[in-house]
Design a protein around this ligand. Structure first.
Ligand code: GLP
Length: 243
């Protein structure tokens, strides 16, 4: 694995956006695996800026998002479909038919997850997977203890995840308790994996994930075994690592 130290959130976002740009320049019809959460928003902002300058073209790119809340339709303001449009897709030229997010509105979890695996396989797999990390080490919505062998599946969110994602929901609005997520197997099959992390809140989990043992208890730790994994993190998030 490669660790790239960034000065701060802005620097982390620009470095990550540079890596994604390079991927799209090298392969204009790249398949990008995308992530939600607060961390990648700055990366998307930077990519939008470069798109507006004419430096990057997403017209042939396919995007496949990591996860979606089960029970939220696309037009729900807290759905990840909505989030991705508000923070990225509405501002660049990714073709709508090339955008994929698990179908949170499909109550049949088996069918929804199987259909999503088919989308990924049909696209030829993911060239570059962008990831954030939850404070319990989750990637996508793969919560501690999940089997590393899983492809897209339905998960019960942990109390820690529900609590930490409450900030995106309005007061009194309930965070869904389940989600559809790409599994660790899916993520590990991506040809390149890029994680962004910032702030001292992430320092402890980065230490565990990347300087501790590979264990399902810390899902992100499996990335130590990925042949092309890059972590771009700011100084606060890297503060506990020995490096
Ligand atoms: C959610 C997403 C993850 C994301 C995590 C961390 O749980 N499913 O993909 O990595 O939040 O979010 P943040 O970047 O806001 O810390």
């Amino acid at each position: 694995m490669k660790i790239i130290r960034a000065k701060d959130y802005y620097d982390m976002s620009r470095k990550a956006a540079n890596i994604i740009s390079a991927q799209v320049i090298m392969k204009p019809n790249a398949v990008l695996g995308l992530a939600t959460g607060g961390t990648p928003v700055g990366t998307y902002k930077q990519l939008i800026e470069w798109y507006n300058k004419g430096d990057i073209d997403f017209s042939s790119v396919t995007t496949i998002n990591l996860d979606e809340y089960r029970g939220l339709p696309r037009d729900h303001e807290q759905s990840y479909w909505y989030f991705m449009h508000e923070n990225f897709f509405n501002f660049v030229n990714v073709q709508e038919e090339n955008i994929f997010v698990p179908d949170g509105a499909n109550p049949d979890s088996e069918a929804a997850c199987k259909a999503y695996d088919q989308v990924i396989h049909k696209a030829g797999g993911i060239d570059l997977q962008l990831l954030g990390i939850g404070t319990d080490g989750h990637i996508g919505f793969n919560e501690p203890g999940s089997a590393f062998e899983l492809e897209t599946h339905c998960v019960d969110l942990t109390d820690e995840t529900i609590k930490s994602n409450q900030r995106f929901f309005g007061e009194g609005e309930e965070v869904p308790k389940q989600a559809y997520t790409m599994g660790i197997k899916t993520i590990m099959q991506a040809r390149k994996v890029l994680m962004v992390a910032n702030g001292e809140d992430k320092a402890e989990i980065l230490k565990k994930a990347f300087e501790g043992p590979v264990t399902p208890a810390v899902q992100a730790s499996i990335l130590q075994m990925h042949p092309d994994f890059t972590l771009v993190a700011d100084e606060a998030a890297l503060s506990l690592l020995d490096l």
